[in-house]
Design a protein around this ligand. Structure first.
Ligand code: C2E
Ligand code: CA
Ligand code: CA
Ligand code: CA
Length: 274
């Protein structure tokens, strides 16, 4: 028994080592990724329910690594988040997305910011500087943050959001429904948009609970004068259900995958999803 126990500990240690090694490699590679030109953005349209017009595009980061091929942001963003690399990465994303925005006639670009980016010293000044340097209007820039970014220090977050809104930025609460926010709390933040988390859209056809949550988010959004985006729409049935429930904007593979900049540009010029 003693032996098996020790063996188990060793397997566990080896797994830990493997994890640590992987993280170190990711971290090391990420430090060079920008200089090596391994990063790119893809863009996924956000579609108006009634007209099928493209209101904006969400920018999503892609990393083509030499060692592991294409790595998902769900793997490397958390690694970056635990080091200061997230800021370097975020700066690159911001500059790249804002440059691309200029090629579109009137859509907005929706950019993801992790909690650490949002809580960075002088986040507002930083984003404003990017916008000024690119020469675009803040009204065409949507800042996507999650509930965890604002509830850790709600007072400071509230102030940051008001300042951003004053400058004309759009603010979206991403993955809405999965975090800590009570419906009551939401009122106190300067928000423009709620993005209903994909898990509820996914569950809508199967579980009454998900459908009920989707409906209450849409009602809440309407009551507070917020736009609501249903994200992760994969099927015609989901699109129909969301339309009926009253979500004004839809996003997901059913309408379009996230596409490279050149393709997004064509879509932006066409203006509609057909
Ligand atoms: P997110 O912000 O919730 O982004 C939506 C994710 O859902 C994206 O995954 C998108 O490709 C995927 N998606 C879109 N439509 C569908 C659909 O119909 N079905 C399904 N199953 N998935 C769909 P992606 O690109 O892998 O990004 C994952 C997460 O990584 C994002 O989740 C976001 O939290 C983070 N992320 C991506 N790009 C950036 C970035 O530039 N900065 C930061 N800080 N985080 C980013
Ligand atoms: Ca997002
Ligand atoms: Ca989301
Ligand atoms: Ca997410």
């Amino acid at each position: 028994a003693k032996r098996a126990g020790r063996g188990q500990v060793r397997v566990f240690d080896e797994e830990m080592d493997e994890n640590v090694r992987f993280r170190r490699r990711v971290e090391g590679g990420l430090g060079e990724a920008i200089a090596r030109g391994e990063l790119s953005l893809v863009y996924q349209p956000i579609v108006a329910r009634d007209t099928m017009a493209i209101a904006g595009f969400e920018a999503l980061l892609r990393w083509e690594t030499a060692d592991y091929g294409r790595l998902s942001p769900t793997i490397f963003i958390p690694v970056a988040e635990e080091s200061n690399l997230i800021h370097e990465l975020g700066d690159w994303v911001l500059a790249e997305a804002l440059a691309e925005l200029k090629a579109w006639p009137d859509q907005y670009v929706s950019i993801n910011f992790s909690p650490r980016q949002f809580r960075r010293q002088n986040f507002v000044g930083h984003v404003m500087e990017g916008v000024e340097r690119a020469g675009v209007s803040p009204s065409r820039v949507q800042i996507e943050i999650t509930e965890s970014a604002i509830f850790a220090d709600a007072e400071r977050a509230a102030e940051t959001l008001y300042r951003l809104r004053d400058l004309g930025f759009r603010i979206a609460l991403d993955d809405f429904g999965t975090g800590y926010s009570s419906l009551y709390n939401i009122r106190t933040f300067a928000l423009d948009c709620l993005k209903i988390d994909r898990s509820f859209i996914d569950g809508m056809g199967r579980e009454r609970e998900s459908a009920a949550i989707v409906h209450s988010i849409i009602h809440l959004g309407r009551a507070l004068g917020l736009e609501v985006i249903g994200e992760g729409v994969e099927t015609d049935a989901q699109a129909q259900a969301l339309r009926i429930a009253g979500a004004a904007y839809l996003q997901g593979y059913y309408f379009s995958l996230p596409v490279p900049a050149t393709h997004a540009r064509e879509m932006a010029l066409a203006g509609l999803i057909d």
